[in-house]
Write a protein that binds this ligand. Structure first.
Ligand code: ATP
Ligand code: MG
Length: 425
């Protein structure tokens, strides 16, 4: 590399803009080419805050490492030619994804790209991108490259596939779900030919790897326009989540989908709502199945199962059953109010919602949440002379007494009561 290849180890960068300028300047001083691309350019035009920075370059990953040898560079997506450059910022770090210009990768098995081929041409790199609004590049001196009319489509709020839509969706079916995800996030409509192609190819979504579906689907259901997109394209979603084919019934869609947006925009709440809906109609193990199909984490799966099962279950309004529900939900740092919202939106009434809330508040005020909230434990009982199974049984009885008989939760009272059990054994 020439002498101007020296990395000047800059002052901490102040913004993504500074970071992009620095990065492009460094690469180009080393006779490579670089642009800001993809979602970053789209978001700049939309006036959105930039939360990640995508750059494309003619440099190969190992050449990027050399150019930025003074910095941390991680091989985050090296198979696809992507490395992450970490630049020091004022009080933290800024991460830049730098991807070598690539040609279209084919996915013959709809799962893994067959092979990744690099190119020297930014135009070829833009041609492999999914939507016109995601296929623009931007350079501080050379301006905007927009070969497919992305800016016009952004203004008209249209999602249009780059190139021939059928071919593009056949090449990689995940693009179908990405298109729906962008429609749900941006509120844009899908151009007619793009929509026809998307519907014609949607069966291929069944072949896409769960991890890839996961990211896009979870973003779709938490997006602002998710009810409209789920309503219109339910059949596409049912290809990879057959549990949601209950949405084929337009009455079900009309009755339940608008409420999706009244839930917090959190993955667990939205998945729990959809799973509960499937449970209501199919009575199967919907949450676990849906989460498995999306390869959700174990903890998310447990949370979604717990919320959705309680959402459709009749909960008797008494201290014991309210306490049990509280204990289960608290494992996921969930309150009964989260459950009440789900139940209300699903039209699942409670016998007496005010009484239910009152019990919840009383239990909260008394700091009662399972055996561990008792003022004594197993060791105290052993010291009293309890053995084996009698320990657990006594703790259960004491807890019930505190819960239902208003027995004070203090050590002396509990030991005294435990003593009476001992004499009965
Ligand atoms: P977000 O703002 O949600 O990150 P994004 O458009 O940046 O959206 P990424 O998954 O970060 O989405 O992808 C970056 C860019 O890579 C996209 O803008 C698009 O140009 C391209 N891209 C991503 N996935 C695909 C795909 N499956 N097929 C074609 N191009 C893709
Ligand atoms: Mg991105």
């Amino acid at each position: 590399m020439s002498s101007n290849s020296e990395d000047l180890s800059p002052e901490p960068v102040k913004s993504y803009r500074d970071a992009a300028l620095y990065c492009i300047e460094r690469l180009e001083a080393n006779n490579f080419e670089a642009y800001v691309v993809g979602g970053t350019v789209r978001d700049i035009f939309l006036g959105r805050e930039i939360s990640d920075l995508d750059l494309a370059t003619s440099a190969l990953p190992e050449e990027v490492h050399l150019v930025f040898s003074a910095h941390k560079v991680l091989d985050t997506g090296i198979k696809h030619g992507t490395v992450t450059l970490i630049l020091p910022a004022a009080d933290s770090e800024l991460l830049l994804e730098i991807t070598t210009y690539r040609l279209e990768s084919t996915y013959s098995d709809a799962r893994h790209p067959d092979q990744v081929e690099f190119t020297n041409s930014i135009e070829e790199d833009l041609a492999r991108r999914d939507l016109t609004i995601n296929a623009m590049a931007c350079h501080p001196n050379r301006g905007i490259l927009d070969p497919y009319g992305g800016q016009q489509d952004l203004k008209a709020e249209i999602l249009r596939a780059v190139g021939k839509p059928r071919e593009r969706y056949q090449e990689d079916a995940l693009r179908i779900l990405r298109t729906l995800r962008f429609a749900a996030e941006l509120g844009f409509s899908i151009e007619e030919h793009t929509e026809q192609a998307l519907l014609a190819s949607c069966e291929r979504l069944a072949l896409v790897a769960a991890e890839r579906l996961n990211v896009e689907f979870l973003r779709l259901i938490t997006a602002a326009h998710s009810p409209r997109i789920m309503d219109k394209y339910w059949s596409v979603i049912a290809v990879f989540l057959p549990e949601l084919s209950i949405l084929a019934d337009s009455d079900v869609r009309k009755s339940y989908l608008p409420q999706l947006n009244q839930l917090p925009a959190q993955v667990a709440d939205r998945l729990a709502y959809l799973s509960a809906l499937a449970l209501l109609y199919r009575s199967a193990d919907a949450a676990a199945t849906i989460c498995k199909r999306l390869k959700c984490s174990k903890s998310l799966t447990k949370e979604v199962s717990c919320l959705s099962e309680y959402a459709v279950r009749a909960i008797p309004v008494n201290k014991l059953s309210v306490d049990e529900a509280r204990q289960h939900l608290s494992r996921f740092e969930r309150s009964l109010e989260d459950l009440l919202l789900l139940k209300t939106l699903l039209g699942q009434s409670l016998e007496d919602i005010e009484e239910f809330r009152k019990i919840d508040q009383e239990l909260s005020a008394a700091n009662l949440n399972g055996l561990r909230s008792l003022d004594i434990d197993g060791q105290d009982l052993i010291a009293l002379g309890f053995e084996g199974e009698a320990i657990g049984a006594a703790l259960d009885n004491l807890y019930k007494a505190v819960l239902c008989e208003n027995l004070p939760n203090d050590k002396a009272t509990l030991l005294e009561r435990a003593n009476t059990y001992l004499h009965r054994i």
